[in-house]
Design a protein around this ligand. Structure first.
Ligand code: PGA
Length: 256
């Protein structure tokens, strides 16, 4: 089975365009010309152009953190898939738990965004994950299956095959509390089973499932050693070039 590891940095609302440029200049130098894993950075919208100028022609890819579900229109303050593509984006994060929590994104709006993006050249990274309360109530499976069912509703298997999934337990995001490799592996394996049952074994084998939540250089290797973890979505530890490059290198030793 060959699912290429993807190490993605989600910068959230950090870094001005100037700071973004400085950071990726250092990152590109540290990563070198031929990393073993795929490397992606997702700066704020305002940093996309500055970062694109630096990463263009290097192995570091560019992504955005959000997108609107229409390609244009009277939606003040929003950004479309077409705009992101023209800025050089290859990926876009959809349904991050902070969007769900603070901006009232529902599974329905997430589904609309996915439907808009799947037919473009942009690769959506669909985030799912349970809160601590839901975990403690024994509802992990139910919550994740619900997010997947509603998020992916109406998409064909061919469309879904172009996605990347990210499992991000909300209690592990920005808290320093990482899911143990065993907990993460268990959820990733259950997502893969669900995909196999609802779609096909082929799709289930093929989709990459990233893990996110307090990933740092020190815990990358043991997380990435799990069979069903195909990469990481990294917040805090992706903001600094040295630490993000270390995560890339720890993941690379596991990608063989
Ligand atoms: P964190 O964030 O690595 O800072 O926990 C992960 C994310 O929100 O994608």
């Amino acid at each position: 089975m060959s699912r290429r590891t993807l190490i993605a940095g989600n910068w959230k609302m950090y870094k001005t365009p100037f700071e973004s440029r400085e950071m990726v200049q250092e990152l590109v130098a540290l990563i070198g010309k031929d990393p073993e894993v795929e490397v992606l950075v997702c700066p704020p919208f305002t940093g996309l152009e500055a970062v694109e100028e630096v990463v263009s022609g290097t192995p570091v890819q560019l992504g955005a953190q959000n997108v609107h579900w229409e390609n244009q229109g009277a939606f003040t303050g929003e950004i479309s898939a077409g705009m992101l593509l023209e800025c050089g984006c290859r990926y876009v994060i959809i349904g991050h738990s902070e969007r769900r929590q603070y901006f009232e994104e529902s599974d329905e709006t997430i589904n609309r965004k996915l439907r808009q993006v799947v037919d473009t050249q942009l690769v959506p990274i669909l985030c799912v994950g349970e809160s601590l309360e839901q975990r403690e109530a024994g509802k992990v499976q139910e919550v994740i299956v619900g997010q997947l069912e509603q998020g992916l509703a109406g998409l064909s298997e061919a469309q879904i095959s172009s996605l990347v999934l990210a499992y991000e337990p909300v209690w592990a995001i920005g808290t320093g509390r990482t899911a143990t490799p065993e907990i993460a592996e268990q959820v990733h394996a259950s997502i893969r089973d669900w995909l196999a049952n609802h779609y096909s074994g082929e799709l289930s084998d093929r989709l990459r499932i990233l893990y996110g939540g307090s990933v740092k250089p020190e815990n990358t290797a043991e997380l990435m050693a799990q069979e069903n973890l195909d990469g990481a979505l990294v917040g805090g530890a992706s903001l600094e070039a040295q630490s993000f490059a270390r995560i890339v290198s720890e993941a690379s030793s596991n990608d063989a």
